[in-house]
Write a protein that binds this ligand. Structure first.
Ligand SMILES: [Zn+2]
Length: 223
């Protein structure tokens, strides 16, 4: 009995290691429907999107969008993001100046939220996407599980990255209630919004299955 149970679990273990490629199957990137590998290059029978083993030119798209995002992150920080008029004094402040201003005014909570949303989150995403793309390019077997986890975190925080734009909009609206002062958004916030959109698209272009491809090649090489 014990032997049978062991061999069954071993069988199950090997079964778990089968790849879609070995089973002659391919999954749709959009709706997840599994089709026969012969359908590669054709369209998914359910949602009509093209079928590929991996996202088409995944790394090239990821890099292109990432480089564009990093380039726009410079004007997003140099250009003023908001214009304030308080008690007769008019100032146009950049992201960092805005953070300092909120901090000095005692609104440290808003300062921390803006700092996390506009500096910590985008820089974290840049670093993660660079690390993932470079390690996949080098066919690295280093920390594959951790890299897959990093990708999921990046994807998750993508939804929250627009927080900064929302904060500026919200603060503008709140301050407008007080007739004494005036706040308006400026060009910098547009650049920042583009940075957020481009990093989100870059993360979406990355195919996380590429992380495991090294293992597949390695295993098929050993067979
Ligand atoms: Zn589909």
């Amino acid at each position: 009995m014990a032997v049978a149970a062991t061999s069954l679990s071993e069988d199950f273990g090997t079964m778990m290691l089968y790849k879609a490629e070995q089973l002659n199957l391919v999954g749709c990137h959009v709706c997840g429907l599994v089709s026969e590998a012969g359908a590669i290059g054709k369209r998914c029978p359910r949602c009509h999107s093209p079928l590929h083993r991996r996202k088409h030119n995944s790394l090239v798209h990821t890099w292109a969008l990432l480089v564009a995002a990093m380039a726009l992150y410079i004007p997003a920080n140099i250009q003023p993001v908001m214009y304030t008029q308080m008690l007769g004094s008019r100032t146009e402040s950049t992201i960092m100046a805005g953070i300092m201003e909120f901090w000095k005014l005692g609104s440290w909570d808003i300062a921390v939220i803006i700092f996390i949303a506009s500096v910590v989150v985008p820089c974290f995403k840049f670093i993660v996407l660079i690390t993932l793309s470079v390690s996949v390019k080098l066919h690295s077997a280093w920390a594959m599980r951790e890299r897959a986890k990093l990708y999921r975190i990046t994807e998750f925080i993508g939804y929250w990255s627009m927080l900064d734009v929302v904060v500026v909009a919200l603060v503008s609206a709140l301050v407008k209630f007080k007739a004494l002062s005036d706040i308006e958004p400026r060009m910098g916030i547009l650049y920042f919004g583009l940075v957020v959109i481009l990093t989100m698209l870059s993360a979406m272009s990355f195919d996380p299955r590429l992380i495991w491809d090294y293992k597949e090649h390695n295993e098929s090489g050993q067979r």
